[in-house]
Design a protein around this ligand. Structure first.
Ligand code: A3P
Length: 302
């Protein structure tokens, strides 16, 4: 069992994050003081907000639409996850070192909130792509992820209760998003929504191209949008985490041949409507009516 702790920095309890204790022991400090480069590309999200989808989009745009490499090298190798070394089994044993030592330009994925990111992020100012998603779809997706990827045995009701109480890993979600929303207009930050990618991927691809200083023809963009479609990502073994899921199941003594879970699961906006009970929905309504959101003048897209 993983032990979780509530992390704050400099006794400032107004900002906290729930993380495995092991993260504090092995990652917290080395991430805070890591060297950041101007040509790094970071994708930062609260988990389940469309991280993987955005990573493939960004990687392809930055790499001259290199389908050959994309179809042959796992996304987790091209765009590795930085924290949780040895906790999220299936990733390189020391994922921090793996990210740190990647040839430049480095592509780095993290779910850390603003206050736990490296100090140099705010002075060196690499390009950061942040993706937000509404908390109801995120919580449902996070529940399925916990159940299938981490062997969570609680009910959906238990999970939603813990989520709205900000007890799940990387919680609190509201603060995670609003702290980035406050700095969204910085020139090195691109703030995207899962819901916009779903409704008009072509437009979001163009936004990302513009941000990354890349130019492709409409024909190339159409092809990229097809490559990034739900069906294509779901069936793409380099992206859909089949490999990681198998390793995670084996590590926790479960039989991977019994797996019925797709990491690229439903990919819907509003899918929560079919999955949440009235009581769970109401709990999340309260969660969404958070004073911090008013303060940041932020509204979720449902
Ligand atoms: P669901 O569980 O709601 O289906 P992350 O990469 O941050 O863990 O996010 C995973 C979520 O993004 C999953 O949501 C997954 O289905 C969704 N997703 C991934 N690729 C997608 C795509 N091409 N179109 C729509 N949703 C996608």
């Amino acid at each position: 069992m993983t032990d979780f702790v509530k992390i704050s920095i400099n006794d400032d309890q107004s900002q906290f994050c729930i993380m495995p204790k092991k993260f504090v022991d092995q990652d917290l400090e080395r991430i805070k003081y890591m060297e950041v480069f101007e040509d790094d590309i970071w994708v930062v999200t609260y988990p389940k907000c469309g991280t993987t989808w955005a990573m493939e989009m960004i990687w392809m745009i930055c790499n001259n639409l290199d389908y050959e490499t994309s179809m042959n090298v796992n996304l987790e190798d091209r765009f590795p996850f930085m924290e949780l070394s040895g906790i999220a089994t299936g990733f390189p044993t020391d994922s921090f070192e793996f990210c740190k030592n990647k040839p430049r330009p480095r592509y780095i994925k993290t779910h850390l909130p603003v206050f736990l990111l490296p100090d140099q992020m705010w002075t060196v100012k690499p390009k950061i792509i942040y993706v937000a998603r509404n908390p109801k779809d995120t919580a449902v997706s996070w529940f399925h992820h916990h159940r299938h990827m981490h062997g969570y045995e609680g009910t959906k009701e238990d999970f939603i209760e813990a989520f709205v109480k900000d007890l799940m890993m990387y919680s609190p979600m509201n603060e995670h998003i609003t702290e980035f929303w406050k700095i969204r207009n910085e020139p090195n930050i691109l703030f995207l929504f899962f819901e916009d990618m779903k409704r008009n991927l072509d437009q979001e691809v163009k936004k990302a191209m513009n941000f990354l200083g890349k130019n492709y023809s409409q024909e190339e963009i159409d092809k990229l949008c097809k490559h990034l479609s739900f069906e294509s990502i779901r069936d793409n073994k380099m992206i859909n985490k089949e490999v990681e899921l198998k390793k995670l199941m084996e590590a926790s003594g479960r039989d991977p041949s019994l797996n019925e879970f797709n990491f690229v699961r439903k990919g819907q906006v509003g899918g929560y409507k079919k999955e949440l009970s009235v009581a769970e929905n109401e709990k999340l309504d309260e969660y969404v009516e958070c004073p911090k959101l008013d303060e940041a003048q932020f509204e979720y897209k449902f």
